[in-house]
Design a protein around this ligand. Sequence first.
Ligand code: NDP
Length: 448
Amino acid sequence: MTNDLHPALVPIYETVLRRNPGETEFHQATYEVLESLRPVVDKRPEYVEASVIERICEPERQIIFRVPWVDDRGKCQINRGFRVEFNSALGPYKGGLRFHPSVYLGIVKFLGFEQIFKNALTGKPIGGGKGGSDFDPKGKSDAEVMRFCQSFMTELYRHLGEYTDVPAGDIGVGGREIGYLFGQYKRITNRYEAGVLTGKGLTWGGSQVRTEATGYGLVYFVNEMLLAENTTFEGKRVVVSGSGNVAIYAAEKVSQLGGTVVALSDSGGYVVDEGGVDLDTIKDIKEVRRGRISEYVQGRNARFIEDGSIWDVPCEIALPCATQNELDDAAAATLVRNGVRVVAEGANMPTTQAGTRVLREAGVKFAPGKAANAGGVATSALEMQQNASRDSWSFETTDDRLKEIMQGIFGSCMMTAEEYGMPGDYVAGANIAGFTQVADAMLALGII
Ligand code: NDP
C-alpha cells in the first residue's frame, strides 16, 4: 500500500520493504513518516535530489550479538542482543534498551527510526539509536538479571561512549538494569564515564526527574493541547494503559493536575477504579514487589478484567503507555463512541495506522509518541549535560526545564503543521519538524 505517498517517495518505501523483509513494525514507522513528507517534497526538492530521505531510512550501523549467561541452576542460556545506531547527524546516538521476549531487529529498527525525529524535536544535540534483547526479565532473580546485563555489556561496551552512543532504559530496563550495565561498563573500561548511560541512580550520576520524565512530559504536552482548546485536566476521566515507568508517572501528573485516572493495565489485564486509581498501591505492586496489576483489587472496591480491552472503559482522555500497536481501529471506534476527546501516545507507536485514521477522522485530538513522549529522552539529555559539567540540579529546576521543552515541542508541532497547511495536525507537525532538522544537518554534512 503506497497510495498516500508522494510519487517521489514510493521507490524509497519500496526499497525499505525489500531491504528489511518481514520487519513490519519498521515498515509501519517509515510509512507514517514518509506519508507526512508529501508537502515537504514539493517545497524542498533538494531532500530527494541529495537522497537525504533514502539515507535517513537506512541505519548507519546495525550490531547483532550473542549474549550467553548462566542461570541460577547453572545452565547456560543464550539471548540475542541488538543495537541499531540509526543516525548521528545531530549528535551521538541516543535511545533506550528494551528487554522483552518480542524484541527482534524489526522492533529495534522501528524504535531507532522514531528516535531520530523525536530527539531532533527536543532541540538537544542527540542522534537516534535503539537497542535491546529478547531476554525476558520477568520471573528472573536479581542475580540472573545481573549476569545477563554483565554479559550484554561485555559486548556492547565497545560501541558506546559519551560522544559515540548513549543508551538508556525502555521496556524491561529500569534503574536496576541500568545499574548493572553501568557497573560492567565501568569495570571493563576502567573509566567513570557517567555520560555513557542515562537513567542512572540519583547517588551515582543520575538526574532528578528522569524517572518521572516521560510520563510527566506526556501530560505537560496534553495540557498544552487542552489549553489550546480552552480547557484543562480538571475533572476529566482519563484511561492510561500499562503500569510501568511511563504509565505510572503519567497517571501521577494527571492526578496532580486535577484529572482522575480510572484504569491502568499490564499484559495480564486491566483494573478499573471509578474513584481514581491509588498510585501508592500501584507503585508498591510494580516498583517494589514487581507483581501483577490484578493484585490491586484485593480488599478494595475496584474491578480486574482479564480478557478484553482497556479501551472499553469510557474516558475523555486516553493515554496509551504500554507498547506498540496496542490501540487498533476497533478500540479507536469504541473510544470515539464513548466520547474520547484527546488521545496522546506515551508509548512508541501504540496506535495502529487504522486506529490513528479512525481517531483523526472523528476529530479526536491526536498526539504522536514522537512528540508527546519526548520528555524522557529530553531529560536524558539534561542528565548528560549535568554529567559533562559535573553538576546536579534540583528537582524543581529540572522539572521546569522539562516543562519548557515540552511546551517548545508543542509549539514547534503546531507552527510546522500550520506552515505546511495542516493546522492542528500534530502528526504532520511532529514528523515534518523533526525530519527537516535532521535533513538540513545531513545536507550540510555532505554524503556520508
Ligand atoms: P515498562 O517496562 O516500565 O512498562 C511497560 C508496561 O507495558 C508494563 O505495564 C507492561 O506489562 C506493559 N506491556 C509491555 N509489553 C506489553 C505487551 N506486549 N502487551 C501488553 N502490555 C505490555 O516500560 P516503559 O514504561 O518504560 O515503556 C512503555 C512504553 O513507553 C514503550 O513503548 C516504550 O518504548 C515507551 N517509552 C518509554 C520511555 C522511557 O523513558 N521509559 C521513553 C519514551 C517512550 P507487563 O509488566 O505485564 O509486561
